[in-house]
Structure formats: C-alpha cells, structure tokens
Design a protein around this ligand. Sequence first.
Ligand SMILES: [Zn+2]
Length: 277
Amino acid sequence: MERSEAKGQIAEVAQAFGAQPFNLCNLPSALYNSIMFPALIGLTAAAAASAAGYQSMAPSAQWFGRTFAAGTRGSKQIALTYDDGPNDPHTLKLLDVLAKHSARATFFMIGRYVQQRPDIARAVAQAGHVIGNHTFTHPLLIFESEARTRSQLVDCHQALEDAVGEHSNLFRPPFGGRRPATLRIARELGLQTIMWNVTGYDWNAPPAAVIEKKVTRQMRGGDVILLHDGGHRSMGIDRAQTVLATDNLIQRYRDQAYEFVTVEDMLAVSRQLSAVS
Ligand SMILES: [Zn+2]
C-alpha cells in the first residue's frame, strides 16, 4: 500500500464527516497501525475488517472490483483530473491555463453544480476536455443504498446530458469511496470507475508550492493526478492555488517531455498494451 495514498483517503473521509484537517502523526499509534498496516497484523477478523475498510477507500485497491487508477508506470503520459466543479470562477481560470499549454485534462463534475452552471460545463467540453460523472450531490457511496447510488449516477448523467450532451462514460466516486455494489451499479449503467495514483492534497487550498511538492513526490510516470477545481460543500471555493500549481506542474513536466492527456486517452493506450501482451 502506498502510505501517502492512505493518508489522503483518511483526510478525505475525515473531511466528509466535517472534521477539521488533522495531522496523521497525532493519531494514536495503535489506530495509525490499524489503518496503515492491516496486512502486517495477520489474518485475524480484526485485520480482515480493517483491510476491508482500506479497500473501500484506497485509490489503487482492487478487491472490490476493477477500477482504473494509473497508466503504465514509467510512461511519458500524465492525466490531470479535476473534481467537484464546475466552480465559478476557478474552472474558467483553469481552462485558460490548460489552453495556454495546449494541455487536455479530465473533469469529474457534480451534477447539481452542472445544473447551476451549465455554461461552465459547456466551456470545459468546448475546450476539448473530457467530462466524467462525480454523482449528483457528492455523497460517500459506501453508506448509500443501491437505489440511491443508482439515482446519484443517473441524475448526474442527466445533468451532463442536458448541459453538454454526449460526454464520457467515466465515473469517479466521491472521496474515492466505493463498495462492490457501487462498482456493479456503475458497470450496469455503462460507467467505468476511475481512481487516481497521485494525490494533490489541495482540498484545503494550501499554497501552490505545497501542492506541487506533494504531486512531484508521488510521480512515477503514467500518473493520474487528483486535483480539485471545485469543492463539494459549496460553489465558489477558492481554487487559485490549484490553478497556479497546474501552471507550474505542466511547465515542469513538459520540460521533461511528458505529455498531458485525458483519462480516455490513457485508457486507450492501456487497452492497446493489454491487447498485444
Ligand atoms: Zn469530489
């Protein structure tokens, strides 16, 4: 398990329940270990339960069904992904930065915001970026009934249809949280579940330099990077630091001959590779 991934997940879960961001180092060590190292505890019931908890939140975990979290390690492709938009005015500012670098990205949008600002969603689509489903109101789906999970996905799909028409079949669960039923329902609706392998830790809008450092430390090529152009609590959250970090990150990795692609592009390459191997 990537320790940094688990940290990001725990911070997101805490945020989901309204907790203030906390320093993981302050966790009691027993709790810390039960979260971080379930595999080391042994095959007891407690460990199994702990591991199941980890599997429901960790971006790269696959026990609960296959998801896509990253391209081929070492490849020169990077997929920037932005969650929780559309958000006024930062989504549009982000579009300017992406256009400046001729970079494409993937946006996982919240349906109710799409209904509020279909014009921003359309601007994203018209700029050539890929738009995916991030549910209608951003609930933690681990705790939602199957019926409500389905309606969350369908309602977001409909909002996107109304705003931009045809869009991708990509779906990202809020907070990365899912259980087997979540993935099955997504599959039944023709959606492909997309996670990430690099976390920007930009939820609480730290300075751009902090976001950049977090990202660059996790990069290994073929990465799917989680960033936010919006916030699930309300529209209008300040994402200026994420926009600035994006500008700098693109510049840095372009200089190293990386290419910025959509998740759809990255998936197409992965399919080709698995077809020939
Ligand atoms: Zn989200």
